[in-house]
Every structure is written in structure tokens, then in C-alpha cells.
Design a protein around this ligand. Structure first.
Ligand SMILES: C[S@@+](CC[C@H](N)C(=O)[O-])C[C@H]1O[C@@H](n2cnc3c(N)ncnc32)[C@H](O)[C@@H]1O
Length: 199
């Protein structure tokens, strides 16, 4: 088991180079799973508790959310979680070491439904470059969204990219549902999911 440092929040000393996973986790992770846009961390906290042998990184661009997840991870004494307050595409383009991530979770990314805002969406060729750079061969990406149009757009980006194949679907315990997932389920709204594998 890796040692838990004073702060679970990692502030990179070099914003241009790859993070040292060994320094972050206190030892070389056997497997690294990353929750991009972890929000309030309901999934991340529950999943990390169920898999103490795996190292988890939660990334979000809202500092208050990162601080809330950190507080809760500490309260639950989860030593396998680290958090970074940073934009997701930047993190996978520059901060995460190449070929280091076994699994990405991207749950309920902001759908930006208006056409003029589509360019703000996370999934585009540049984002896939970052996923491809950081995933180990065979590494997985699991995505969930309540937005049908966005789900189709995401599938389209992946299907036109030879670096990824459709992957086996993710099976999660009900206790691992995300905060947004619970909101949509309460409103009886359908949830779309897709998974891909880096070939
Ligand atoms: C709709 S919420 C979903 C949160 C969580 N995944 C869930 O399912 O409950 C989207 C989250 O992604 C974060 N986010 C949005 N765009 C981001 C980006 N480009 N980089 C990092 N985080 C981002 C937001 O701050 C927010 O916490």
C-alpha cells in the first residue's frame, strides 16, 4: 500500500512536464485509473474504496469540487486517491505520463447543447490524441451521458479514429453511481453509455 501524503491534492511543480506518479503516490502505481471531470466524486470515492490495489486520479476544473473530494477521501481514509485541479484536455496532453493510464472514466461531460457552443465540448481529435498518448495499449475509456446528441457525436469521433475500438461495457455497483447519474435517474431520464479500447 502506498503512503498517504499530507495533501491528496497534487499541485504540479512543473506545469510543462509529466507528473511523477511515484512521487504522487509514494510508489509506482500497479494500475492508474483517471476520472476526468470527477465532480463531487461520488463515483471516484466509492470505486477507489472497492479497489484499494489501484491508484486513482480525480481531475476537475472546479477547485471547490476538488477540495470537497479531497476532504471526503481523507475522512474515508482512502490512501489511493490523488486530485488535480486542472483542465482535462491539458492534463492528458501535458501532465499525465505517456502510456500510464489503464482506464479513463468520463461521466456526464458538459454537453454544450447549443450548436454555437459545440466547440467547447471535450471530445474532439485533440482530446483523443491525449487519450491515445496516455493510455496503455488495451487501456479503456468509459463514458456516460444523458445527452443523446452528444452520445452520437462522441461515437462518431471515436469510430472515425483507427486508434480506438469499441470496448466491453462497464459494470458498476449501484453505490458507484455518480451525483449527476443519480439526478438523471431520479428524473427518469435515459442514460447513454459507451466504452472504447486503445488498440
Ligand atoms: C456535469 S458534471 C459531472 C460530474 C461527475 N462526473 C458526475 O457524473 O457527477 C461535469 C464536471 O466536469 C467538470 N469539467 C467540465 N469541463 C471540464 C474540463 N474541460 N476539464 C476538467 N473538468 C471539467 C465540471 O467542473 C464538473 O465537475
Amino acid at each position: 500500500m502506498c503512503a498517504s501524503p499530507d495533501s491528496l491534492r497534487v499541485i504540479p511543480s512543473n506545469w510543462l512536464g509529466p507528473l511523477s506518479l511515484e512521487s504522487m503516490f509514494g510508489c509506482k502505481p500497479r494500475a492508474l485509473e483517471v476520472d476526468l471531470g470527477c465532480g463531487k466524486g461520488r463515483f471516484l470515492l466509492a470505486h477507489a474504496a472497492r479497489h484499494p490495489e489501484v491508484s486513482f486520479l480525480g481531475i476537475d476544473c472546479l477547485l471547490l469540487r476538488i477540495l470537497a473530494v479531497e476532504r471526503e477521501a481523507r475522512r474515508r481514509q482512502l490512501s489511493n486517491i490523488r486530485l488535480v485541479y486542472v483542465e482535462a484536455c491539458y492534463a492528458i496532453s501535458y501532465l499525465l505520463p505517456a502510456r500510464s493510464v489503464t482506464t479513463f472514466y468520463i461521466f456526464f461531460p458538459d454537453p454544450w447543447p447549443k450548436r454555437r457552443h459545440h466547440r467547447r465540448r471535450l471530445f474532439d481529435e485533440g482530446f483523443l490524441n491525449g487519450l491515445d498518448r496516455t493510455l496503455i495499449p488495451g487501456g479503456a475509456i468509459h463514458i456516460a451521458t444523458d445527452h443523446e446528441d452528444y452520445l452520437e457525436a462522441i461515437r462518431k469521433v471515436f469510430s472515425s479514429d483507427g486508434r480506438f475500438d469499441p470496448g466491453p461495457p462497464l459494470k458498476l455497483d449501484a453505490r458507484e453511481r455518480t451525483d449527476f447519474e443519480l439526478q438523471f435517474l431520479n428524473k427518469r431520464l435515459p442514460i447513454g453509455r459507451c466504452s472504447f479500447r486503445n488498440v
